[in-house]
Design a protein around this ligand. Structure first.
Ligand SMILES: Nc1ncnc2c1ncn2[C@@H]1O[C@H](COP(=O)(O)OP(=O)(O)O)[C@@H](O)[C@H]1O
Ligand SMILES: [Mg+2]
Length: 237
């Protein structure tokens, strides 16, 4: 679980987030939406304990955070990159259990074929899977992902989101993902937090949050929205 009460976050006395509260459930895909600069990464940093804040955050203790800008210049193999996720509790020797855990992650994400390949030789989608593996080997209860699919092609975006959704349900993770892609949000989000002007503009399911009014007020875009057989069609003018 993650619960934030009266969360206020600032850089050099300038508030970026002003007194917001939310309560996120496990096994759900919780999406953090908002325009560039609205404070999504700032909120994730605070939840991960990397940024100071005012107010109160209550969270399950084991948190894994996948940052926005992953560097792939380092020439670790897939196996080593996943093992590095253990770095906090890794003693000088790598135990049998550590190795078994890496094998489990390679299984889970279907990465065995790449295990000894250097990650700078992988495609964007494969690299992203490896870093999700690195986050998962920490055995987290809370998974924070900052724009995890922004650099990926359409198929990889859906594949990675599907992996994240299935893992969140199977492992009962409390997952919070910042995401821009409306199609993905429609398809995968159980719960949306839309940040605008330092506040939560709206919170709820996509039908509640993604309205004509929202697109106009937050994104300054004119839309026509139609509900057709359980599906929502959003047309941007
Ligand atoms: N380290 C920093 N120092 C000062 N201002 C920052 C810093 N990081 C982010 N900001 C500012 O905080 C606001 C929110 O940034 P950010 O959380 O990165 O937004 P988002 O992730 O939604 O694009 C922006 O106005 C940004 O310029
Ligand atoms: Mg950001």
């Amino acid at each position: 679980m993650i619960k934030a009460e009266h969360l206020t976050i600032s850089y050099e006395d300038k508030n970026v987030i002003d007194d917001i509260s939310f309560d996120l459930e496990a096994s759900k895909i919780n999406v953090l939406m908002g325009r560039n600069g609205s404070g999504k990464s700032t909120i994730l940093n605070a939840l991960a304990g990397l940024k100071s804040y005012d107010g109160k955050i209550t969270s399950s203790p084991r948190i894994s955070y996948l940052n926005q800008n992953i560097k792939t210049k380092i020439r670790f193999s897939v196996y080593e990159t996943i093992l590095l996720g253990k770095v906090e509790d890794l003693s000088l020797r790598i135990s049998k259990e550590d190795k078994e855990d890496v094998e489990k992650i390679l299984d889970l994400l279907d990465l065995h074929a790449f295990r000894d390949k250097s990650i700078d030789k992988l495609s964007g989608g494969e690299v992203q899977k490896v870093f999700i593996g690195q986050a998962l080997i920490k055995n987290p209860e809370v998974l924070l992902l900052d724009e995890p699919v922004s650099a990926l092609d359409l198929k990889n975006q859906y594949d990675i989101m599907k992996i994240i959704r299935d893992l969140s349900k199977d492992l009962r993770l409390t997952t919070l993902i910042s995401l821009h892609q409306i199609g993905l949000i429609e398809h995968f989000a159980d719960h949306i937090l839309l940040i605008n002007d330092k506040k939560i503009y709206k919170e709820g399911c996509s039908k509640e949050v993604l309205t004509q009014k929202t697109f106009k007020e937050v994104f300054e875009m004119d839309t026509t929205i139609k509900d057709v057989d359980e599906m929502r069609m959003i047309y941007f003018k």
